[in-house]
Design a protein around this ligand. Structure first.
Ligand code: 0L1
Ligand code: MG
Length: 261
């Protein structure tokens, strides 16, 4: 880390103000050029303390930037992680209000619900054994940075653009499905916007959890049982506008639909 606790707290203030009041920010590294990825995670942790203090709940984690399509789209070459809060969840077949968002994009992802704690160096097989079920999910990302222009320390401080998520479709036993070959189709207003297969996420979406657990272990943390983990967009993210109907279809796992109002 390069920044002191006072600076981290001031950056958490800035990020939270933008998240709460729906306004854009300039990259944090513009004012703090020595800011590191670790500083970004320290801002995230500071924000979490504040979210919990005001009554929100940490339901799990997200891995982002886990496919080549996403890395190329955003100009970065390593995944990043974020927190999923209870207040971000929205029901399938429901609506998401645009006036609380800046410039949202959607991502179709495989989510895991864990049933055992995961810690340290784990394998894909151990992740699957510790999984209660896998389920389709759509993440709504909404970077607080103008035009989604950021670098890794800045985007991580902004909770990896986390904003809303919807899970639904058909939960499956992770041992009964090949999680590399789930086909996904994203439609906006009835038109196909992107197609992909789940191996696009680090060759197997469970690898995102392997990396997440390693990331937590490096901070003396583990992933508790009962965590909901989103493993990252299978395709590039799709921009949406008010009035758009979106449907994400997952092979053998059903579909998720909702509308931006
Ligand atoms: O969930 C994601 O893959 C997004 C991570 C942050 C980068 C972005 O805003 O696209
Ligand atoms: Mg995502």
């Amino acid at each position: 880390m390069s920044l002191d606790a006072k600076t981290i707290a001031a950056l958490a203030d800035r990020v939270q103000h933008a998240q709460d009041n729906v306004h854009t920010l300039t990259k944090l590294t513009d004012d703090h050029p020595t800011m590191t990825v670790e500083d970004g995670y320290a801002v995230q942790e500071e924000c979490l303390r504040r979210w919990l203090a005001r009554g929100d709940r940490l339901v799990g984690r997200k891995a982002g930037l886990t496919s080549k399509a996403k890395m190329q789209q955003m100009g970065v070459n390593v995944p990043g992680f974020g927190m999923l809060l209870a207040s971000y969840a929205r029901p399938e077949n429901g609506t998401i209000e645009m006036d609380q968002l800046l410039h949202p994009k959607i991502e179709a992802e495989i989510a895991f619900m864990t049933k055992d704690e995961l810690s340290g160096d784990v394998t894909v097989e151990q992740v699957i054994a510790a999984t209660d079920y896998v389920i389709p999910a759509v993440e709504v990302i909404d970077s607080r940075y103008e035009n989604f222009k950021f670098d890794l320390p800045s985007v991580i401080a902004d909770n990896s653009s986390s904003s809303r998520y919807v899970s639904g479709g058909r939960p499956l036993d992770a041992t009964k499905v090949d999680l590399r070959t789930i086909g996904v189709v994203i439609e906006r207003n009835g038109e196909i916007q992107a197609l992909g297969a789940s191996a696009a996420v680090l060759n197997h979406p469970a690898n995102a959890i392997v990396m997440l657990v390693k990331h937590l272990a490096a901070r003396g943390q583990s992933l508790p049982a009962g965590s909901f983990v989103m493993t990252g967009g299978i395709t590039e993210a799709i921009p949406v506008s008010r009035g758009d109907n979106v449907v994400a279809r997952f092979q053998d796992m059903g579909s998720i639909s909702f509308r931006f109002v």
